[in-house]
Design a protein around this ligand. Structure first.
Ligand code: HDE
Length: 703
């Protein structure tokens, strides 16, 4: 008689218990009473998932083993092509809430009723790196929003920077080829610091405004939750009378803006390459839902005609000081996807997804994107039916006659699959409700040409630079110097400095000096001289728009055996009350014993939780633990880095030997706050709202 194919001795582990999380996050083992039966993809129950079907215990595997073949076949096809750009991303669900009717400007259904909630899905991303690259690469961040409106999906496929590198979509493949890894050597990964990128950029003066942004700390955000988002292009809103108003879309984070320092970014990438993913995951799981306000810059053709740049040129912005954006709604992210692949990886954003009442401008970058996004989805998702995937399907009623093709999940029912038809069957178009393009008059010769109004490449780059605070200007100079120092071809470095001379001479000299140029180059040939009369616009600075409270941030608390239990309790309670979070870092991840004998649970050991992972730190070691602590380089680095990164540091008197060993005991400033007991906690929490002590920067040279 044949033996059963599955014997207990064949199985690595027999699971008759499973782990579940309790209210406090702790894990318990429970018996698996209600566990569902494993099935094939066809729904057939599986008896043995540990052994393939064989002829005899040591014989060949048989082709008949349909469960094995289905499992391996599916595994073989698990990967789909990653996005050619924006491959690394992370998404979340939420909703958009309309503040008041915008019927005056648009007939878009989403803007008709105050208080209306529309489901949303958002995907944040880096651009250059592949799917498995690090989160804190210096890069633009994608900020793509899908709004499932009652009149179809509306995708605002934006970035965290309001301008772009190029003016015409035909240059996009060149830009992206230049920034991605070089084709012969396949490196560097997720890095713009290499010859090809800077070669292309230095030969493309229209990119200079964007270069100022990507060399600023905007390109190394602290978290997705502290970033702005921008639609970048000028779009149109069209009302029921078919009147058009130009519009630019801005997402403003409720928590304010915040970025990390480059030296932090480099270290975070090693300590936690998933820093941004983890941050979004943890905040949403903890019920701290990130929120942005949608603000609109609305203007007409007369207003646009006042500028000597073109509102169709995506390398330009309209400063908020000149045209104040008006808040029209809020976006809240309150749920992580159930499955990363099904939702975040397969979501297909397309600029051409606009509902009636939203329309395009002639921005040549936007026009090109409207072709690209449909094309890219077909390649990535394997066929024309990607709208059948739940994350991409509209949530409003929809009816059409498109049918068949790969993975057709829902063809329309019935006999008639065309129109017009004589059976009065199926959907018909509606001139009233349907999408009507704004009837702009177009005329002119057919030609390949860039408008003269697109020719000023330096004035807004200069305006951005002079709008930054001194520390931010220093970071731009340092970033340019770092990036260009990785360029091996001297002429490319010089060519870049020749552009900087049109933006700011001080910046050019600083970078030229940092690169060790023997002589400064001549300024690059410029189509149009830089305007020097564009004033500083504080809305462009991160520091000017930073937070004043600790809400949404994270405190790192260093403890040891003997840590003052009352102080720790007061501190963690105050952090929670402020809407912030904390992690406890101890010599061992198993925790430490507080002064009252209680166990302090730790989330990190010191080597695994460096201070770069936190917005501020508190040092609460005991005197007894100090002898051991000062010998640990990770403990010294924890303190020295927090100081060097201009962070606020709370410390107990017993921590002084560690501050001494870290070399900062003699340099303590007002952002180093003594914590002598619970009474000092309120003042510390108030102080850390400022996040960084910029006055310290010239002393520590953070860049
Ligand atoms: Fe994209 N872009 N892009 N882009 N883009 C893609 O579409 C493209 C541009 C942006 O989280 C691709 O589905 C062209 C500007 C985001 O899934 C592709 C041009 C802005 C995302 C594509 C641009 C963006 C993409 C690759 C030049 C900011 C990620 C995968 C005209 C306003 C969306 C995909 C997500 C993705 C084409 C320039 C934002 C190839 C041709 C400007 C946020 O279709």
């Amino acid at each position: 008689m044949a033996k059963s194919s599955s014997r207990p001795s064949d199985q690595a582990v027999i699971h008759d218990q499973k782990l579940v999380r309790g209210d406090g996050g702790e894990l318990h083992q429970v018996a698996q009473g209600s566990t569902p039966v494993l099935t094939t993809a066809q729904g057939g129950p599986v008896a043995d998932d540990q052994n393939s079907l064989k002829i005899g215990a040591r014989g060949p595997t048989v082709l008949e083993d349909f469960h094995f073949r289905e499992k391996i076949f599916h595994f073989d096809h698990e990967r789909i092509p990653e996005r050619v750009v924006h491959a690394r991303g992370y998404g979340a669900h939420g909703y958009f809430e309309t503040f008041e009717s915008l019927a005056k400007y648009t007939r878009a259904d989403i803007f008709q009723r105050a208080g209306e909630k529309t489901p949303a899905f958002v995907r944040f991303s880096t651009v250059a790196g592949s799917k498995g690259s690090v989160d804190l690469a210096r890069d633009v961040r994608g900020f793509a929003v899908k709004l499932y409106t009652q009149e179809g999906n509306w995708d605002i496929v934006g970035n965290n920077i309001p301008v772009f590198f190029i003016q015409d979509a035909i240059k996009f493949p060149d830009l992206v080829h230049s920034v991605k890894e070089e084709p012969d050597r396949a490196f560097p990964q997720a890095q713009s610091a290499h010859d090809n990128f800077w070669d292309f950029i230095s030969l493309t003066p229209e990119s200079m405004h964007m270069i100022m942004w990507v060399m600023s700390d905007r390109a190394i955000p602290r978290s997705f939750r502290f970033m702005e988002g921008f639609g970048v292009h000028t779009f149109r809103m069209v009302n029921a009378k078919d009147e058009s108003t130009f519009v630019k879309f801005h997402w403003k984070p409720k928590l304010g803006l915040q970025s990390v320092a480059w030296n932090e970014a480099v270290k975070i990438n090693g300590a936690d390459p998933d820093f941004h993913r983890r941050d979004l995951w943890q905040s949403i799981q903890a019920g701290n839902f990130p929120e942005w306000e949608l603000q609109l810059q609305l203007f007409d053709q007369d207003f646009a005609d006042h500028f000597d740049f073109d509102v169709l040129d995506a390398t330009k912005l309209i400063p908020e000081e000149i045209l104040a954006p008006i808040p029209v709604g809020r976006l809240v992210l309150d749920r992580m996807p159930d499955n990363f692949f099904a939702e975040t990886e397969q979501v297909a954003f397309m600029t051409q997804n606009v509902p009636p009442g939203i329309d395009f401008s002639n921005d040549p970058l936007l026009q090109g994107r409207n072709f690209s996004y449909l094309d890219t989805q077909i390649k990535r998702l394997g066929g024309p039916n990607f709208t059948h995937i739940p994350i991409n399907a509209p949530k409003c009623p929809f009816h059409h006659f498109q049918q068949d093709g790969h993975m057709a999940i829902r063809n329309s029912a019935g006999r008639v699959n065309y129109q017009p038809n004589s059976f009065n069957d199926g959907p018909r178009e509606s001139p009233q409700r349907g999408f009507r393009s704004f009837a702009e008059t177009e005329q002119g010769p057919k030609q390949r040409i860039r408008a003269e109004s697109f020719a000023d490449h330096y004035s807004q780059a200069r305006q951005f630079f002079i709008s930054q605070t001194p520390p931010e200007q220093g970071h731009i100079a340092a970033a340019l110097t770092f990036e260009l120092s990785k360029v091996q071809t001297p002429v490319i470095r010089e060519r870049m400095v020749s552009h900087l001379l049109h933006i700011d001479e001080g910046l050019a000299n600083k970078v030229g000096d940092g690169l060790g140029l023997k002589a400064m180059p001549k300024p690059a040939d410029a189509a149009i001289a830089t305007r020097r009369d564009l004033g500083a616009a504080p809305s462009l600075s991160i520091v000017e728009n930073g937070p004043h409270r600790f809400e949404g941030r994270k405190l790192g608390i260093l403890v040891t055996d003997g840590t003052d239990a009352a102080l720790l309790k007061a501190l963690t309670a105050a952090v929670a009350k402020a809407g912030a979070s904390f992690e406890v870092i101890a010599p061992k991840v198993g925790g430490a014993k507080a002064s009252d004998g209680s166990l302090i649970e730790a989330q990190q050991m010191i080597g695994g939780g460096p201070s770069v992972l936190y917005d501020a730190v508190a040092l609460l070691p005991s005197q007894a633990a100090m002898a051991g602590l000062v010998k640990e380089s990770s403990a010294r680095d924890f303190v020295a880095d927090a100081f060097a990164h201009c962070k606020f540091i709370g410390y107990v008197e017993d921590a002084m030997p560690l501050l001494e060993k870290a070399g900062i005991a003699d340099s303590l400033d007002e952002a180093c706050v003594a914590l002598s007991g619970p009474k000092d906690v309120a003042a510390f929490l108030q102080a850390i709202g400022a996040l960084r002590q910029w006055a310290r920067e010239p002393k520590v040279n953070m860049s």
